[in-house]
Design a protein around this ligand. Structure first.
Ligand SMILES: [Zn+2]
Length: 477
């Protein structure tokens, strides 16, 4: 039997865990706080990686790899950084049976060790900009485990760049935020709000942090990627300097930016429904599943001949899977592949073969509207256009959901109502007091101050003071 999934409307958190486990994306591990990413979840992550990696390289970045261990003294060099990360650090005190002279930190992020190397590699303005990305695991100690969303160890990429001027570094920070937006919206079909973080929500050690924020199926926010302008904070701590064209020593200006396996959690929570996953074709490990239908051996031979022919053609263009397991009924298979979120299913039975057609079923539409019959001759082009349609429709559905559940409260009461069941886009005066009061009373935080503003000033939703910008307030993961 296919595992029962708790309806999202009954218990969203349970629904999420059920889907992740039933679809075999990930599982709990014997190590507290750590998860196992199963092959299907890892294949999905690999497609996320490929979509991002392609974009990083197209914008001039190169991949490299730095050590998992960071000397404790490195972490302590940047004051805000150490303060922000201290509670989450895992520390190695022994190695090779002996106590270490200096404890090693298991990297929570790599600004420090990378700066130690940048300080060595950067000599003159000719060495800049330095554009590096690393795919790796990081460790930040967690008390609670939520598969993909909150685990002590997780996978991610971290970009680290060094530039000659502040302007170039700020431009890079925003360029990578745009790369993340482009990936999230065009590959993962997740509409996002790109914006700046408030002082209290920014990265420990950054001058300015930016993020893309997405709305999950329960109307909570999830930060799906971050990009930081580090100024010269780490450069000064590590002496990362270069000789400018006038032969004077200057500190470099830096950025760092990251997307993690949380993105997989976001894909589940944005698109999934009570049947299970719904995956956007651009990142689905399997885009098309073919299910042959037969009763007798004679039917089987006839159907399989047509299926083999169709598969050979489809496999040239799409990520396909043929489910010819004889011991399972077609109905069981349909449910299983729906649960696993395959964007398109092709059913082929004896009657279809006689008519020279196949039945195509989309995962993104209600069952009644999802079916169409297509001539086998034109199967590839029809599959191609249906996959495009599924991709576009999943994005459109998610965007409607975001728009329908984003409110523009003008009063404090309206703000409280809004964040209880959606996002609130509201004027904020910029004071940490107002931000803290809202957080304390509603549990909603400032997710970001959207880059896109209408430019009209207004009054703070909390204190009624003058406000230049609107911020997005929401409950968040
Ligand atoms: Zn205020």
């Amino acid at each position: 039997m296919v595992r029962k999934i708790t309806p999202a409307s009954v218990d969203f958190s349970k629904w999420y865990t059920d889907v992740v486990q039933a679809a075999e994306l990930a599982d709990y591990s014997p190590v507290k706080g750590c998860m196992v990413i199963r092959p299907y979840g890892y294949a999905l992550w690999e497609n996320v990686q490929q979509g991002l990696d392609r974009r990083f390289k197209a914008t001039g970045h190169q991949n490299a790899y730095f050590p998992l261990f960071i000397p404790e003294s490195f972490i302590k060099k940047e004051a805000e950084h150490v303060e922000g990360f201290s509670p989450e650090l895992a520390v190695v005190t022994h190695g090779g049976g002996k106590q270490l002279d200096e404890p090693l930190i298991v990297r929570p992020t790599s600004e420090t060790i990378i700066n130690a190397m940048f300080a060595k590699w950067v000599q003159s303005y000719r060495d800049l900009p330095l554009l590096i990305n690393q795919w790796c695991n990081v460790v930040r100690w967690e008390m609670r485990t939520r598969l993909f969303l909150r685990t002590t160890e997780f996978l991610w990429q971290e970009g680290h760049t060094a530039h000659a001027t502040a302007e170039e570094a700020i431009e890079e920070t925003l360029r990578m935020l745009e790369v993340y937006r482009d990936f999230a919206e065009n590959d993962a079909a997740i509409p996002v709000i790109p914006g700046r973080k408030s002082e209290s929500e920014k990265f420990a050690g950054a001058v300015d942090s930016y993020a893309i924020e997405a709305m999950m199926g329960n109307k909570w926010a999830l930060q799906a990627g971050t990009s930081h302008f580090l100024g010269q904070n780490f450069a000064k701590a590590f002496g990362t300097q270069y000789l400018n064209q006038d032969n004077e020593l200057e500190y470099v200006w830096q950025t760092s930016w990251g997307v993690s396996t949380r993105m997989v959690g976001a894909i589940v929570m944005v698109h999934g429904d009570d049947q299970g996953l719904r995956l956007p074709p651009n990142i689905a490990p399997t885009q098309v599943v073919v299910v042959p239908i037969w009763k007798s051996d004679a039917e089987r031979a006839e159907v399989m001949a047509a299926v083999d022919k169709a598969m050979a053609k489809l496999a040239e263009q799409f990520r396909c899977h043929l489910d010819d397991r004889p011991e399972l009924s077609p109905g069981f298979k349909f449910n299983e592949w729906e649960m696993r979120g395959i964007p398109l299913r092709i059913e082929l039975g004896p009657r279809d073969v006689k008519k020279g057609q196949a039945v195509l079923v989309r995962r993104d539409l209600p069952r009644k509207e999802a079916k169409s019959s297509v001539a086998l001759d034109g199967l590839s082009s029809e599959v191609s256009s249906l996959l495009d349609a599924v991709q576009a429709n999943l994005f459109a559905q998610a965007r409607c959901f975001l728009e329908d559940n984003t409110y523009q409260p003008m009063t404090y009461e309206e703000l409280c109502e809004a964040v209880a069941d959606g996002f609130a886009l509201a004027y904020w005066c910029g004071s940490a007091d107002c931000e803290a009061r809202i957080k304390e009373q509603t549990r909603a935080t400032i997710r970001c101050i959207p880059l896109k503003q209408d430019g009209k000033p207004g009054h703070c939703v909390c204190c009624d003071g003058e406000a230049k910008e609107k911020a997005v307030f929401a409950r968040a993961y």
